[in-house]
Design a protein around this ligand. Structure first.
Ligand SMILES: [Zn+2]
Length: 342
């Protein structure tokens, strides 16, 4: 039996050494190792042998099979290497390269950079402040006392109170930066402050619980509403790349006096009236006004020495108008189909 095994093995190795194609390798594999191979017959018949013989014959048969397998692999590799097709692997250096996909700034960051560029071009400084604020900076110093009904307009995320700490919250607007900046700086100055804000409110196509505002604040001894209107028109004309008119309508916000609703001429019809502006020629941007003297006093300035104007507009709203985006929730959705468009 042992000599039979060796005989089969030697024959196999000899035949393998003469193969020319992968098909031949495949056939030999079937012939010597397949289900109907002589080796398999031997292994099948082991059950008729004594324990001693079973062990011995089984071992030699398996060793022989292993040797055949190794030879098959070896010749398969040799055939593969000799068939290597240099022609098809040739590199054509005239074919244009594949463009690698690179990440890019989110549309909100792009708009924010654009806004900062326009304002710094007009001599403004960019100021920053914390997103977790105290009740003092977010409300009290902005002339919104605790018992004032206007405070309900800002649905607030409160931070769980800790001992000895002022009530903390996620800022509901960028206006606290006004106070922080005025505490450390003397007028005259011009600043903008873009940043993230939070409000505890239901989301829909125009409302998000997390959004960006950019605050503008100009303070000096003789800053007027006319300056305000002019800066607004300059900024929006540059931002939208067309002539924009600004309209101010009387309104109330605790931190300004007088307060205005700030409108710009319709981007589609330039004021003639169309569907986008519901035929009135104007688009609402948000609240603005001349800084309330109480806010100056809360920041450490003497009453009635300075005048200034301020606004806090939504960054998403501007991006939506400029790029015709219909739903504010897309900005933070992480949806690549949306993000890749900009
Ligand atoms: Zn219009």
């Amino acid at each position: 039996m042992q000599s039979k095994i060796i005989e089969i093995k030697n024959k196999a190795i000899e035949e393998i050494s003469e193969v020319k194609t992968k098909e031949e390798i495949f056939d030999l594999e079937k012939k010597y190792l397949g289900r109907n191979s002589e080796f398999n017959q031997i292994l099948k018949n082991l059950k008729n042998l004594s324990e001693e013989e079973k062990k011995e014959i089984g071992k030699s048969a398996n060793l022989a099979k292993k040797e055949i397998e190794d030879n098959l692999k070896k010749y398969e590799r040799i055939i593969s290497e000799s068939n290597f097709d240099f022609q098809s692997e040739k590199i054509d250096i005239t074919i244009p390269g594949k463009r690698k996909k690179r990440g890019h700034l989110n549309i909100l960051s792009q708009v924010r950079n654009e806004i900062e560029d326009i304002f710094t071009g007009m001599g403004f400084e960019v100021a920053d402040g914390p997103e977790v604020e105290t009740e003092h900076y977010n409300f009290d110093a902005l002339n919104i006392p605790k018992d004032h009904p206007a405070r309900d307009e800002w649905d607030t995320f409160w931070i769980k109170p800790e001992e000895k700490l002022d009530h903390m919250l996620l800022r509901t607007h960028t206006s606290p930066v006004q106070i922080r900046y005025m505490e450390k700086n003397e007028p005259p100055f011009r600043i903008i402050s873009p940043g993230k804000c939070f409000r505890r409110e239901a989301t829909d196509s125009t409302h998000e619980h997390t959004f960006y505002q950019f605050e503008a604040l100009v303070v000096g001894e003789d800053v007027s509403v006319a300056n305000f209107k002019y800066i607004g028109e300059q900024f929006f004309s540059k931002f939208f790349n067309k002539d924009i008119k600004v309209r101010l309508r009387p309104s109330f916000f605790p931190f300004v006096e007088p307060g205005f609703e700030f409108d710009i001429s319709c981007l589609m019809c330039s004021g003639k009236g169309c569907r986008a502006c519901k035929n009135n020629g104007w688009l609402e941007l948000g609240g603005a006004g001349m800084v309330n003297q109480n806010v100056f006093v809360a920041s450490g300035y003497p009453r009635n020495k300075y005048q200034g104007f301020a606004w806090g507009f939504g960054l998403e709203r501007l991006a939506m108008m400029k790029y015709k985006i219909s739903d504010i929730r897309l900005f933070h959705s992480g949806d690549l189909r949306f993000i890749k468009q900009f």
